[in-house]
Design a protein around this ligand. Structure first.
Ligand code: DAH
Length: 345
């Protein structure tokens, strides 16, 4: 009796085939489920006579194996063949979109600065981030005991060397020296790049940031040329009507030196938190190239004169986008970076 049942179900299992997930599940419940046929048959088996058990036991195990194998085979076939049918995947749905990358806000600002000066004939030049004392300090007329050479500001890498201690450059002014040493006047160049200072990282300071250096050397270059060039730059970058003012300052490599302020871009000079209610914000340092620097680079300071300027790109970007925490620029948080996708291209 039990044998008959097994024979009948064996045929059914052998004949069974499906590509449908639902049907396969029905099959599993029917044969292998907790209330399924196999469970019933095993229950019935308990009641058969001991002689019958000997022969039937083997048959029963083979039968169970057959049902399990069938189920496994059909289930694996599912994965490859049922995609797009019953697997719940609708191939007619639109695909997932591509995210368009965004330029880094500092790259956008650097590009805009370069574009403005290129209209005045400035070319772009670059120099190494690992510098020697000569290019970063000495040639730029820094006195031996100048505090900027101090360990607190500079990341020194190696003592000694043909041109003095090796350090990470603290400003892009070093590129001026490399340019003047390598060529002949006139020079009209913009030198963007990353610079390093030994500062604790906070919202207002970072151990690395970016600068753009400018250099113009020719015969008869005057402070008036410097003023006019920077005035033009500011009108282009922040819009016509932006005011500028120059305050006397000191840098070892320029004489005279100045710092340039612009009328606050946030409050238009009315006074706000950003400009500390002064109506002005400082954006760069500049001056007439010190004759000592020209001579250090092999340029006749009787014949040639020039002006130079240097600005922090983060600072310019801040005035453009009002970004309060400097650290955002280097954290690579896509949510921050994505915001600048369409501004300023
Ligand atoms: N190198 C200066 C700094 O890092 C910026 C600077 C000031 C550059 C005056 C110049 C300049 O070329 O003329 O603070």
């Amino acid at each position: 009796m039990l044998q008959d049942k097994i024979t009948q179900y064996t045929t059914e299992i052998n004949d069974f085939s499906t590509e449908n997930v639902e049907e396969l599940e029905q099959f599993r419940i029917k044969f292998l489920g907790t209330k399924g046929i196999i469970k019933d048959i095993f229950d019935e088996f308990k009641a058969v006579s001991p002689e019958e058990k000997k022969t039937l036991g083997k048959v029963l195990n083979e039968f169970k194996q057959l049902a399990e194998n069938k189920y496994q085979t059909l289930k694996e076939q599912d994965k490859s063949e049922l995609i797009g049918k019953d697997a719940g995947l609708d191939l007619t749905l639109p695909g997932s979109g591509f995210e368009v990358g965004a330029r880094h806000p500092l790259a956008l600002v650097r590009r805009e600065i370069v574009d403005i000066f290129s209209k005045l004939g400035f070319v772009v030049a670059e120099g190494p981030e690992i510098e020697d004392d000569w290019h970063n300090f000495s040639a730029l007329n820094f006195p031996e005991e100048h505090p900027a050479r101090d360990m607190q500001d500079t990341f020194f890498i190696k003592k000694g060397g043909e041109h003095g201690d090796i350090a990470l450059r603290t400003h892009t002014s070093s590129v001026q020296v490399r340019m003047m040493e390598a060529g002949k006047p006139p020079f009209r160049a913009l030198m963007p790049g990353r610079v390093y200072r030994n500062e604790a990282i906070s919202a207002r300071a970072h151990c690395f940031f970016h600068q753009v250096e400018g250099l113009y050397v020719d015969e008869n270059v005057s402070f008036a040329d410097l003023k006019q060039t920077l005035f033009y730059f500011v009108q282009e970058l922040y819009g016509e009507g932006t005011k500028v003012r120059f305050r006397p300052s000191y840098f070892p490599f320029t004489e005279p030196s100045a710092e340039m302020d612009i009328s606050c871009t946030i409050c238009k000079g009315e006074g706000c938190q950003f400009c500390k209610f002064s109506g002005w914000v400082e954006i760069l340092g500049c001056g007439m190239v010190d004759p000592n620097v020209l001579e250090n680079c092999g340029i006749d300071s009787k014949k040639y004169s020039g002006f130079a300027f240097g600005m922090g790109i983060e600072r310019i970007a801040n005035l453009k986008f009002v970004i309060k925490d400097l650290r955002l620029f280097s954290e690579n948080d896509a949510r921050f970076l994505k915001q600048y996708k369409t501004s300023l291209i």
